[in-house]
Design a protein around this ligand. Structure first.
Ligand code: SF4
Ligand code: SF4
Length: 279
């Protein structure tokens, strides 16, 4: 983690900043001499959208995906839980999804794999030193892609890599993680960490949490929305963000059913009427 912080500082200070229309020379294909070399021993942070795409691609539950393919690093500097794609435990530390012919989950590969060799810094990341979004190139010695004869703009690269859906979902996640709630570490009780983790990374567990409980007896959620969330992970994730705003941040993003309020009021009145116990 310290290494990542150091790299961030270096990028802000030294790396040439690129706009979306700037061009760069790069190509990656099975013919490059370094093919697959970068899919090993690498830190790939996974977003909630990455997890959904990958676990659906693999046809496993989010819990199975977390158990088999992720690590949760502990670092005092972290303000919220993050997860990393777990590399294999052999010496090469290869990505579990790499094969001789390339990435076996290519259509659903994570945001970080799509962006490479581009990086992005944005005011949406909460960094005051970045007044406006810019891109930069991560030139690594192992990568021969820069010797290839193909030139494109940043925006063309992003279109080719199918990054737009990932960016849109990433922005919604950032709106949660950059909330001022996370500025005070004492806000994040173990129960709240668990809730955040379930909504963001264990979407199938969150589905059970709301559908296999009295959740919908307490909160107003239309039948259509409930039906959609039964099968649509993205709709459920968006609802999860709304729920986190209510349950963690105390925002009025959920409507409590009126009879729940009435029951609560009656319970309170009953308590007030009860004679005080003598000590
Ligand atoms: S997910 Fe695919 S592209 Fe990303 S590191 Fe693994 S094999 Fe490489
Ligand atoms: S090192 Fe660069 S060129 Fe080689 S496979 Fe990875 S991204 Fe492609």
């Amino acid at each position: 983690m310290r290494e990542i912080e150091r790299l961030k500082e270096e990028i802000l200070k030294d790396y040439p900043r690129m706009s979306k229309d700037d061009t760069f020379k790069f190509n990656c294909h099975p013919g490059v001499s370094c093919f697959n070399n970068c899919c090993a021993d690498v830190n790939i942070f996974l977003t909630p959208y990455d997890v959904i795409r990958l676990k659906n691609r693999l046809g496993i539950s989010s819990q199975e995906f977390l158990d088999r393919h992720t690590l949760m690093p502990f670092d005092k500097g972290l303000t919220y839980p993050v997860i990393l794609l777990q590399m294999t435990e052999d010496e090469a530390k290869r990505c579990p999804f790499v094969a001789d012919k390339g990435c076996t989950v290519y259509e659903d590969r994570p945001w970080a794999c799509r962006m490479y060799p581009l990086g992005m810094a944005s005011p949406k990341d909460g960094n005051e030193d970045v007044p406006e979004e810019f891109h930069f190139l991560l030139k690594e010695a192992v990568c021969q892609g820069y010797q290839e004869d193909k030139t494109q703009t940043v925006i063309e690269w992003q279109d080719q890599q199918g990054i737009n859906d990932y960016n849109a979902m990433g922005d919604e996640f950032k709106e949660i993680t950059l909330h001022k709630f996370f500025e005070s570490p004492e806000n994040l009780t173990p129960q709240k960490v668990e809730m955040f983790f379930m909504v963001c990374y264990n979407i199938d567990k969150f589905r059970s949490f709301i559908f296999d409980s009295s959740f919908f007896d307490k909160f107003e959620v239309s039948d259509d929305q409930q039906k959609e969330m039964k099968t649509d992970d993205i709709a459920l994730l968006r609802f999860g963000y709304q729920w986190l705003r209510f349950a963690l941040f105390g925002e009025k993003t959920m409507t409590v059913k009126s009879d729940v309020w009435t029951d609560k009021e009656q319970e309170l009145k009953m308590k007030q009427k009860l004679p005080k116990q003598s000590s």
